[in-house]
Design a protein around this ligand. Structure first.
Ligand code: C2E
Ligand code: MG
Ligand code: MG
Length: 404
């Protein structure tokens, strides 16, 4: 113990110990969404203390004392077990699972058996290690930098993801981030003040994202609360969004439902609706060349299409331009026989027109599709309606991606 404990701290410490014994701590889950597609792709587990009378205690009321008394070590291992149990249950029930980030206090850096215990715990539940992300707060980096570099690389070598949490809230140097083999950078919400309207703040954020992407770090913005913030983050090509705009931390059952729904219901799917036109162009180019193996632009009023890119799809036998009807016929042929009708119906011009008139933002279908290599893959095809105020025609961008 390094800090002096007040009488109040000592009382709380005893209560936390009892709460641990009585399993009063629960993991809540806050989803993380892909900023372009709106898909729920991962989540963060956050500790909640639910007292026997049902009262919910937020972490800020017990983490500081837990940190002072080293009880945080027990809480973190407890939450990891809760998360592993949840993932195991989902897998056993054949429900969709996503990787979950678990917060680990900087105090774990001094635990000699941390890596072994992490591996043993996760392996004992029979879940793949890449389903667990170790979140280390930025302030942990201010400890002995050599120790932390070694600590992180050992965890990465064992197949876990590692995120630097709260980046930008403290004083960690950019050069240390470069030396640490973490693969995820979580941008602290303090950098997202207001609606990202301040020019200087925008420059700082843009530079952080550029630097992070050049270092091949996955970026997550924390504490996103407004559509304006979301718009700006998309222009920075921030990969993942975590914040009250989309979802608050929620109990396990509720998260299970959100996980199966995959896409946020009220998500604004107009992928070109971003703040700056230049960034919208970058976003589109990025989508075309790196994110989606198959992209098609169509004008369904004129029954025409143009195929922009393809990989691992049986697209080579399909002309890169032609009539939209033919495109759907070609597409259906490459599919598993049981999926052909669903596909043809969903993407018939009449169905798309109806969906558009009913105010839908997109039509999405998952099918099994045979690639040029003869292998069937689960493919998600989404037709986004793109509203162009200067034409009456109904334009569609089709994005296809292999899933799971
Ligand atoms: P964190 O790891 O940075 O977690 C994000 C915090 O931001 C969470 O607060 C979350 O509810 C909050 N948040 C998310 N989106 C928004 C938003 O849009 N607006 C606002 N105002 N807040 C948002 P929470 O759950 O109260 O956790 C606070 C901190 O407590 C965490 O910050 C983390 O440092 C710590 N903590 C929570 N659970 C654990 C745990 O199991 N172990 C350890 N070591 N620390 C934990
Ligand atoms: Mg965190
Ligand atoms: Mg954070």
């Amino acid at each position: 113990m390094t800090s002096v404990l007040t009488e109040q701290d000592k009382l709380l410490m005893i209560q936390i110990e009892e709460a641990l014994e009585n399993c009063e701590f629960k993991a809540f889950y806050q989803p993380q969404y892909d900023s372009v597609t709106g898909r729920l792709v991962s989540a963060e587990a956050l500790a909640r203390w639910i007292k026997s009378d049902g009262k919910l205690v937020p972490p800020n009321d017990f983490i500081p004392v837990a940190e002072k008394t080293n009880l945080i070590l027990k809480i973190d291992w407890y939450i990891l077990n809760e998360v592993c149990k949840f993932i195991r249950k989902r897998r056993e029930q054949k429900h969709r699972c996503v990787p979950i980030a678990v917060n680990f206090s900087r105090k774990h850096v001094a635990e000699a058996d941390f890596k072994q215990r992490l591996c043993d715990t996760v392996d004992s539940y029979g879940i793949p290690r890449n389903f667990i992300e170790v979140e280390l707060t930025e302030s942990a980096l201010m400890n002995d930098s050599e120790a932390i570099i070694g600590f992180v690389s050992q965890i990465r070598d064992e197949g876990f993801n590692v995120a630097i949490d709260d980046f930008g809230s403290g004083l960690s140097s950019l050069s240390l981030v470069k030396d640490i083999s973490a693969n995820v950078l979580k941008i602290d919400r303090s950098l997202l003040s207001g609606n990202c309207e301040n020019e200087k703040e925008r420059i700082v954020l843009e530079s952080i994202f550029t630097f992070a992407h050049r270092l091949k770090l996955t970026t997550i913005a924390e504490g996103v609360e407004t559509v304006e913030q979301l718009g700006f983050l998309r222009t920075c090509d921030c990969r993942l969004i975590q914040g009250f705009l989309f979802a608050k931390p929620m109990p396990e059952d509720e998260f299970g439902v959100a996980c199966s729904q995959r896409v946020k219901d009220d998500y604004d799917e107009d992928i070109l609706k971003t703040q700056a036109p230049a960034s919208a162009t970058n976003l589109l180019i990025e989508a075309v060349f790196t994110k989606f193996p198959l992209v098609i632009m169509s004008n369904i009023t004129r029954n025409s299409y143009y195929m922009m890119t393809y990989e691992n799809f049986s697209a080579t036998s399909c002309p890169s331009t032609g009539t939209f009807d033919e495109l759907i016929m070609h597409g259906a042929e490459s599919m598993h026989p049981d999926d052909r009708e669903t596909f043809r119906n969903a993407f018939s011009i009449s169905n798309l027109m109806n969906a558009y008139k009913n105010g839908e933002k997109f039509v999405r279908v998952v099918t099994r599709q045979c690639g040029d290599d003869g292998i069937y893959r689960k493919v998600e095809t989404t037709d986004f309606f793109v509203k162009n105020p200067s034409v009456d025609d109904v334009l569609v961008i089709t994005l296809c991606q292999n899933i799971e």
